[in-house]
Write a protein of this length. Sequence first.
Length: 308
Amino acid sequence: MHDLATRLQQYAKVETNVSMADYTSFRAGGCARYLAFSEDEAALIAVMREVQEAGVPYYVTGNGSNILVRDGGFPGVIIKIADGFSEIRTDGEMIVAGAGALLSTIAKEAARQSLTGLEFASGIPGSLGGAVYMNAGAYDGEMKNVLETVRLLDPKTGAIREAKVEELELGYRYSKLYETGEIILGAVIRLQTGDPDEIRSRIRDFTERRTTKQPLVYPSAGSFFKRPQGYYAGKLVQDARLKGLTVGGAQVSTLHSGFVINIGGATAADIISLMHLVQARVKEQFGVDLEPEVRIIGVEQGESDSLA
Ligand SMILES: Cc1cc2nc3c(=O)[nH]c(=O)nc-3n(C[C@H](O)[C@H](O)[C@H](O)COP(=O)(O)OP(=O)(O)OC[C@H]3O[C@@H](n4cnc5c(N)ncnc54)[C@H](O)[C@@H]3O)c2cc1C
């Protein structure tokens, strides 16, 4: 593993035993054995080659707004799609952006160019890569509706291809990339020319709705659970009288019961225990299975070892 750090450092800035609380919006969780900051495609391909030759686990992150790392940490390499991937270029009604560009910045640029279609994404605190991977959406909008093509890297072969959006089979918080493991390098977004005042007003409206209805002053990963078919997760949690339920530093938000928040010093174990409690009570009362939308990775406390 020490060798691996040296090898990775040829291509990327690498931090060792770094707390992922600093790199995730939950501000909680364990350490990455290695965190590699990938700044361009060639370096990313080289990092992936080294990681696979070493046979260690890896995980790709964007802005860390939908990830929780268990307290025992991630015993391998977390690859952060870093600032080098944040280019945003407008070409008529199309926006070409790197996977590391923030959705909010792309939405702002679209508004500046009087392009409509991406207003829904202005308050989603993720990167373009994370948003494509999860098919992020809000207020009746979703990435599926605005993407044209996506630039993908096959981490096993280093091959790059442009995929049409249909190939990604985007669905509710789902993409085919969950199975293929391809890494998003960038995407082309197709928008329409619109009225600048209307675009700005829609963004203002969505921002207002978020700031009044979501507990944005606390660290979280947004809506914790996926929407079960025919229900709203937040409503089920509220009807089960779980608002304010607290485990350690983790709490079901009293403002929006779909959110689990870090009220201070939460461990990943607190968050996961609270998740299990909520799941059990909702199942008991309504017979509905709640599945986390948040991606939970890494090992439990005490399990991290062999690669250290
Ligand atoms: C306050 C708040 C509000 C939110 N509101 C919304 C909302 O309205 N709608 C919504 O959909 N989500 C929402 N989210 C969740 C989150 O912002 C989105 O899911 C976002 O798309 C995740 O992007 P990210 O860059 O942070 O991804 P990360 O959290 O870094 O990663 C998420 C997943 O994407 C994968 N991934 C990331 N980048 C790449 C890449 N380049 N290639 C391959 N895989 C990649 C990761 O492996 C991981 O599985 C909210 C979160 C917060 C904290």
